[in-house]
Design a protein around this ligand. Structure first.
Ligand code: ADP
Ligand code: ADP
Length: 231
């Protein structure tokens, strides 16, 4: 099943002399459960791409369909709810809430959605992430790698169809980086989630099903499957 369908995505920042064409006619699709790495030089448009896919930024033109729904034909309120339920985010700076402990941080998106978290789901995630013994710890009592695992747990708890990770290993050493990527791979297999991960680390792209290469706003390679054409 196709989870992500991006067609002719364009993003322009600024006007006149200050105009930056951050994304130029980007098209690709991703299937359910695929793990895609996004690579490219600094300033090539990787974050802009992820921000548009997550509706954190608005495309100038083009279409983004997630699980068959056109993200930007929804009303803003609808889009916020859709995003909360269908997209998980992981950032370089873990962005945990300092006052909440591990399990509270993980449950947070469910509470935001005015739903009651199922303890079994929280326990399963703590188990998968190897954080069971840390459930009552606060973020500042955890290592960077552990904090990022909590952030991944928070992205997984709603079982989103799509996970967007912007350099999730940027602040981690190589061992912790590999662990974090292994967890993302595990999630994409276990829960059949589609993952897009920006990384500068070539060692980490090996784990990906496909590598999307962005150069000066253009998607130059998307590791497309055989017999597939960009439209
Ligand atoms: P990275 O290269 O690590 O992806 P950047 O430092 O280029 O990150 O950008 C981080 C964020 O800052 C981007 O997601 C973007 O939204 C914002 N940003 C980048 N460049 C500019 C700019 N020229 N003006 C305003 N915001 C910017
Ligand atoms: P990357 O993530 O690959 O480092 P970005 O997507 O952050 O690249 O940036 C792509 C281009 O768009 C850069 O030239 C950057 O300066 C520009 N840019 C990004 N965000 C903004 C913004 N909010 N305002 C103006 N320019 C931006």
């Amino acid at each position: 099943m196709e989870i992500l369908n991006v067609q002719h995505l364009t993003k322009v920042y600024g006007k006149g002399e200050n105009q930056v064409n951050a994304l130029k006619d980007v098209s690709f699709t991703l299937e359910q459960g695929e793990f895609a790495a996004v690579v490219g030089e600094s300033g090539s448009g990787k974050s802009t791409l992820l921000n548009c896919l997550g509706a954190l930024d608005t495309p100038t033109s083009g279409h983004i369909c997630i699980a068959g729904k056109d993200l930007f034909s929804m009303k803003e309120e609808q889009r916020t709810i859709f995003r909360r339920r269908n997209i998980g985010f992981v950032f370089q700076s873990f962005q945990l809430i300092a006052e909440l402990n591990v399990e509270e941080n993980i449950m947070f998106p469910i509470l935001l959605d005015y739903r009651k978290p199922e303890l079994s789901a929280v326990n399963e995630i703590l188990e998968v992430l190897g954080l069971k013994e840390r459930r009552h710890h606060l973020p500042n009592q955890l290592s960077g790698g552990q904090q990022q695992r909590v952030a991944i747990g928070r992205a997984l708890i709603t079982r989103p169809k799509l996970i967007l990770a912007d350099e999730p290993t940027g602040n981690l050493d190589s061992k912790n980086s590999q662990d974090v990527v292994d967890l993302l791979v595990k999630a994409s297999r276990l829960y059949q989630q589609t993952i897009l991960m920006i990384t500068h680390n070539n060692n980490l792209t090996v784990s990906a099903d496909r590598v999307l290469r962005v150069s000066d706003g253009v998607l130059t390679d998307w590791g497309g499957r055989k017999n597939e054409k960009l439209s």
